[in-house]
Design a protein around this ligand. Structure first.
Ligand code: ATP
Ligand code: AMO
Length: 434
C-alpha cells in the first residue's frame, strides 16, 4: 500500500506525515499556494510558501483541480485552516492528473439540477455531501444487519430471475432466459414464505427488487434496494411490526451515534424515535385525514401520496416520525384477510416514516385452501404459482414479514428531496447509464 494516513488522523505537531487524495481546491495568493486535499475522511489544507520550499512551490504551479496527489509534511496548528491544522510540505507528488475542464464542479456550491448531477455521477459522487450520504447508508445497513444477526435471523439469497411476478403483473421487466421468457424479480415474497414452510423460522435478505413502474415521482426507482424479513410462529401481525420497529430504531440509533460527522455535513438533526410507534387502523387513518385535513384519497382502499404526507405531519407534531397503518382493504392474496373477530379488513400494514411509505408487511395466509380461494376471487392465475402453493401445502407455521425500501430510508434519514440521490447509480425509466 502507498504510505499515507487519512486527513482526519492528522494532528498538529505530530511530526512528519504522508497524506494522499484529490485536489479539492487551489488558492493562489502570489508567494503562497493553498491546496485543499480531500480524501474519504475529509479535507486538509497544505500551504506551499515560495520562500520556505521554492522547489515544491515551483512544482505546485502546474497542479489542477481533482489531480490525485501525495504530500509529506509537518502538520502545524492554524486557526485559519479548516479543521485547525495545516501541512507544511516537504514532499509533493502528482500521482495522476485530472483532465480539465471538469464537467461538474466538486468544491463549489453551485446549484446543478439532479439530471446533470446523475449524468456526471462519477464526479458528483466525489462531493463531500454526496459521500456523506453513502457513508450514512453504509452505517444504517451495517446496523440493520447487525440487529438481525444478533436476533439469529438467517441471511438468505433468493433468485433475481423468475418465471413470473409476485406483486402484480404489469410491473415486470421481461428478459430472455436462454430460449425462455423470464422476468427480473419484483420481490422475494414467494421464496421467503417457502423458507418459512421449510422450517427456517426467521430470515432476512438485503437484496434488490425490480419494478417496471412508469413513474415520475421523487420516491420511485426501477431498481430498488429492498430489505426483506420473514418470521414464523407469530401470534399475529403485531409480532412482525415489533421486529420492524425495533430493528429500525436500532439502525437509526447507530446512525445517530456512528455517522455524526456525516449527519453534520448533511445538516441533519436525526431524531431517534424512542417511544412506541403509533399503530392506527386504516379506518382511523381515513378519519384523521377527513376530520383534520378534509382530505379524501381518490382510491378508498389505499392512502395516496398526499394522505401519507398529511398523516406524517399529524404524527410528527406529536413527536412520532414513524407510525404504522394497519388493515388495508383489498390486499394481495398472500396477506391474511377477512379474519373473523378482527377489527381490520386485513393483517397488512404499512410503516410510514417522515410522511412516506417505508415498508409494507403483515401476517401471511398459511392456510393454503383459504389462500387459493382468495386468489380465485381476485382472478389470480393459480397455475403460475403452483410451486409456491405446493411448497406451503406440506405444513406451514403461521408467519409474516415485511419488505423495507432501503433507498427510501436513506432518502428520509439524509433528508434528500429525491430517492435517486440516495442511490449511487440509480435506474429510472429514462436512465440506463452511468
Ligand atoms: P408499493 O406500490 O410498492 O407498495 P408505493 O409507495 O408505490 O409502494 P402504493 O401503496 O402502491 O405504495 O402507492 C401509494 C400512493 O403512491 C398511490 O396512491 C399513488 O398516489 C402513489 N404512487 C404509487 N405508485 C406510483 C407510481 N408508479 N407513479 C406515481 N405515483 C405512484
Ligand atoms: P411493496 O411492494 O410495498 O411490498 O414493497 C416494499 C417496499 O419497497 C419499497 N418500494 C420502492 N422503493 C422505490 N421505488 C419503487 N418503485 C418501490 N416499490 C417498492 C417501498 C415499499 O414499502 N412483498 C411485499 C413486502 C412484504 O409483504 O413482505 C412488497 O414487495 O419502501
Amino acid at each position: 500500500m502507498i504510505d499515507r494516513i487519512h486527513t482526519s488522523q492528522v494532528e498538529a505537531d505530530a511530526g512528519s506525515v504522508a497524506i494522499a487524495g484529490h485536489v479539492h481546491e487551489i488558492r493562489d495568493l502570489g508567494g503562497l499556494v493553498f491546496l485543499i486535499v480531500r480524501d474519504r475522511e475529509g479535507l486538509i489544507q497544505v500551504v506551499f510558501k515560495e520562500e520556505r520550499e521554492p522547489e515544491l512551490f515551483e512544482a505546485v504551479q502546474d497542479v489542477g483541480s481533482e489531480d490525485v496527489v501525495r504530500i509529506v509534511g509537518e502538520p502545524v496548528e492554524s486557526d485559519q485552516a479548516p479543521g485547525g491544522v495545516e501541512i507544511a510540505p516537504t514532499e509533493y507528488e502528482v500521482i495522476d492528473e485530472a483532465d480539465s475542464p471538469l464537467p461538474l464542479e466538486i468544491s463549489k456550491d453551485v446549484d446543478v439540477d439532479l439530471s446533470t448531477r446523475l449524468d456526471n455521477r462519477a464526479l458528483d459522487l466525489r462531493k463531500p455531501e454526496v459521500l456523506s450520504v453513502f457513508t450514512l447508508r453504509s452505517e444504517l445497513m451495517t446496523a440493520m444487519e447487525e440487529w438481525f444477526e444478533a436476533e439469529e435471523f438467517v441471511d438468505i439469497k433468493t433468485p433475481r430471475i423468475s418465471k413470473g411476478g409476485a406483486e402484480g403483473g404489469a410491473e415486470l421487466f421481461p428478459i430472455l432466459y436462454y430460449d425462455k421468457d423470464a422476468f427480473l424479480s419484483q420481490s422475494p415474497q414467494l421464496y421467503k414464505q417457502m423458507l418459512m414452510a421449510a422450517g427456517y423460522e426467521a430470515v432476512y435478505e438485503n437484496g434488490t427488487a425490480f419494478r417496471a413502474e412508469d413513474f415520475a415521482t421523487s420516491r420511485h426507482v426501477s431498481e430498488i434496494a429492498m430489505f426483506d424479513v420473514e418470521l414464523a410462529y407469530i401470534e399475529d401481525h403485531h409480532d412482525v411490526m415489533d421486529v420492524q420497529e425495533e430493528s429500525l430504531r436500532h439502525a437509526l440509533r447507530a446512525a445517530a451515534e456512528n455517522a455524526e460527522r456525516e449527519l453534520d455535513v448533511l445538516d441533519v438533526d436525526l431524531q431517534v424515535p424512542e417511544e412506541d410507534f403509533p399503530r392506527i387502523t386504516f379506518d382511523e387513518a381515513l378519519d384523521i385525514l377527513e376530520t383534520e385535513y378534509g382530505h379524501f384519497p381518490d382510491d378508498p382502499t389505499d392512502l395516496d401520496t398526499k394522505g401519507e404526507k398529511l398523516l406524517g405531519e399529524y404524527f410528527e407534531e406529536q413527536g412520532h416520525p414513524a407510525f404504522f397503518v394497519v388493515g388495508y382493504p383489498d390486499e394481495k392474496f398472500y396477506y391474511m384477510q377477512d379474519v373473523e373477530g378482527d377489527d381490520v379488513a386485513s393483517r397488512k400494514f404499512d410503516l410510514i416514516y417522515k410522511g412516506q411509505e417505508l415498508s409494507s408487511g403483515g401476517q401471511r395466509e398459511h392456510d393454503v385452501e383459504r389462500m387459493v380461494e382468495v386468489m380465485e376471487e381476485q382472478g389470480v392465475e393459480t397455475a403460475n404459482f403452483e410451486f409456491y402453493i405446493e411448497a406451503l401445502s406440506f405444513g406451514t407455521p403461521p408467519h409474516g414479514g415485511y419488505g423495507l425500501g432501503i433507498d427510501r430510508l436513506v432518502q428520509k434519514v439524509a433528508e434528500l428531496d429525491n430517492i435517486k440521490e440516495a442511490i449511487m447509480f440509480p435506474r429510472d425509466p429514462n436512465r440506463l447509464e452511468p
